[in-house]
Design a binder for this molecule. Structure first.
Ligand SMILES: Nc1ncnc2c1ncn2[C@@H]1O[C@H](COP(=O)(O)OP(=O)(O)O)[C@@H](O)[C@H]1O
Ligand SMILES: [Mg+2]
Length: 231
């Protein structure tokens, strides 16, 4: 059992209601989830089942209609936008479903950016961004701009960016989509290594092979999150 000090994410009874055609529509219902150091949690589910809505709420980018999230010991509901942004950049590595790189910065500058957004934390570790880009197979593309990269390369750059601040927790929305099998495996291996070193990973994916690295698996269907019973 996880003790409180290793609990990185604690989400209770989350619900998200959208309006569609003037009618309320629940994209997420009564979702609860805990992620502790060492966990590799995988969420599977069809397109439109509410996975991105859940992840966006967990990292503080979207307010829930119901329920609450405690991220790295901080209740998100009590934070200003600036505080939640700093927490997200400093402690959490978020890989959004769309890579979201800034077009006017090079790939390496994009990867380095979270270090500066995370607030003053001393000099940037020498060569870290280059090393992370090499780890995801993009050593030759560091000086390129995002529009010169393929969809899969952009996703790998987003993974490197998420690792920049040595996060306690990675939250990744389909980080292996558009990747060739070897690159997809290397991303899952990087995440697995992080969990063995005391970090944690929460990932949405369609790739069955990543289940081998998972310590817990959930299915998402029509906004409802259900934990799989261990075989
Ligand atoms: N801003 C929004 N307004 C209304 N409906 C939305 C909004 N964002 C997402 N949805 C709907 O909520 C459901 C869940 O979306 P999403 O969380 O993106 O699913 P997934 O990531 O599993 O594909 C979908 O039916 C989607 O159309
Ligand atoms: Mg999605």
């Amino acid at each position: 059992m996880a003790t409180d000090n290793t609990l990185l994410l604690d989400a209770k009874d989350l619900g998200k209601r959208y309006e569609r055609g003037g009618r309320p529509f629940w994209a997420l219902r009564h979702a609860s989830l805990e992620v502790a150091a060492g966990d590799f949690v995988t969420i599977l589910g069809r397109s439109g089942s509410g996975k991105s809505t859940l992840l966006n709420i967990l990292v503080g980018l979207l307010p829930p209609t119901e329920g609450g999230v405690t991220l790295c010991g901080r209740a998100l509901a009590g934070l200003t936008d600036a505080e939640s942004s700093e927490l997200r950049n400093a402690r959490v590595g978020y890989v959004p479903q769309t890579a979201g790189l800034i077009p006017t910065l090079t790939i390496e500058e994009n990867v380095r950016l979270p270090w500066y957004l995370a607030g003053s934390r001393g000099p940037e570790p020498e060569g870290r961004a280059k090393q992370l880009l090499a780890d995801v197979g993009l050593a030759d593309l560091t000086l390129q701009y995002p529009n010169a990269l393929s969809g899969g390369e952009l996703r790998r750059a987003a993974v490197a960016r998420a690792l920049m601040c040595s996060p306690a927790l990675i939250v990744a929305d389909e980080p292996t989509s558009n990747l060739d099998p070897a690159s997809a495996r290397s991303v899952v291996e990087i995440f697995g290594k992080l969990t063995r070193e005391g970090g944690a990973v929460l990932m949405v994916t369609h790739d069955a092979f990543s289940l081998e690295s998972s310590t817990r698996i959930y299915d998402m269907a029509e906004g409802t999150l259900t934990g799989r019973v261990a075989p």
